[in-house]
Design a protein around this ligand. Structure first.
Ligand code: AMP
Ligand code: MN
Ligand code: MN
Ligand code: MN
Length: 275
């Protein structure tokens, strides 16, 4: 079974409409799909309707932005109830903080001699409520500041670069609690992408599990093949379920297309084992 439990639509920083995403998943022979937009559930209803037409098992998802010990961490919620009030209040607060940060990024880039980036990023945002660094990156590529999104991040948007603005996202405990309150399962997204040493990584996994986290992404477009094995081992050691997801955003910047990933390594219990 081809399972893809992580991707983005225009409801956050993806390039495809939810329905287009589902059509592409069907063409790629995906059997089970979760849409996991950043801090947003607005795309779920139309994705679910499209998935029903294609006979795809659809999973309601979200990817919540978290700050843990000064590091930005992403927590995916799967099988959430998008109507849940506690979850929605939490997501609304996180989205609200995105607007404030985006204005600051615009000011920082202005000081670096780049004009109009806030409006420019907004023009790239399908959903202004989830304005993100990706939209700034697409604007900067569009005006010829850099050849591609990846190099914009490196030169303008990461820690130490002129357009970087520190930001406080949700706490890990709150994000997991919102997901669980809505009946969902919390999954630590792409754990190999965080700039953490071995010791901190262990603490993160233990704390996440202690808070009620259920799984980690093992096979993801954000991991190298060596990291598939590394995080398979860590999932087993920590007693966590394993997830698989492309993190597809619809553009060349995405490392994996929908469903186009190796299977989970054996010996792991998939997060979808009883769905
Ligand atoms: P934000 O939540 O606004 O900070 O934006 C984070 C998003 O930016 C991630 O979900 C990725 O889609 C994208 N992103 C982060 N780092 C990079 C990078 N180095 N190259 C390309 N895209 C990136
Ligand atoms: Mn993204
Ligand atoms: Mn992420
Ligand atoms: Mn993602």
């Amino acid at each position: 079974m081809n399972v893809d439990l992580h991707c983005h639509s225009v409801a956050s920083d993806g390039l495809l409409e939810p329905g287009e995403l589902v059509t592409r998943a069907a063409a790629n022979h995906v059997d089970m799909l979760a849409l996991t937009d950043h801090d947003e559930t607005a795309g779920l209803a139309s994705a679910r309707a499209a998935a029903a037409k294609h006979g795809i098992h659809f999973v309601d998802g979200v990817e919540i932005s978290v700050t843990w010990q000064g590091t930005t961490i992403h927590v995916v919620g799967l099988r959430i109830d998008p109507e849940n009030a506690e979850l929605q209040e939490g997501l609304e607060a996180v989205r609200g903080s995105r607007a404030v940060r985006a204005a600051r990024i615009g000011e920082a880039l202005e000081r670096a001699g780049i004009r109009g980036s806030f409006a420019g990023a907004m023009a790239h945002a399908g959903n202004p409520a989830t304005i993100s660094r990706t939209h700034f990156a697409r604007f900067l590529v569009g005006i010829g500041r850099a050849p591609d999104v990846r190099s914009v991040f490196r030169h303008y948007l990461v820690k130490g670069a002129p357009g970087y603005v520190p930001h406080q996202w949700a706490s890990l405990g709150d994000a997991v609690a919102w997901i669980r309150a809505s009946g969902g399962v919390a999954v630590l997204a792409h754990p190999g992408r965080y700039n953490l040493g071995r010791a901190d990584r262990r603490v993160l996994l233990a704390e996440f599990k202690g808070l009620g986290g259920a799984a980690i992404e093992v096979v993801t477009g954000s991991h190298t093949p060596a990291q598939f094995s590394e995080f398979a081992r860590l999932a087993r050691e920590a007693g966590l379920l394993a997830s698989r997801g492309s993190d597809f955003h619809g553009d060349a910047g995405s490392r994996a297309d929908l469903g186009a990933l190796p299977p989970l390594p054996g010996n792991l219990r998939p997060v979808w084992h009883n769905w």
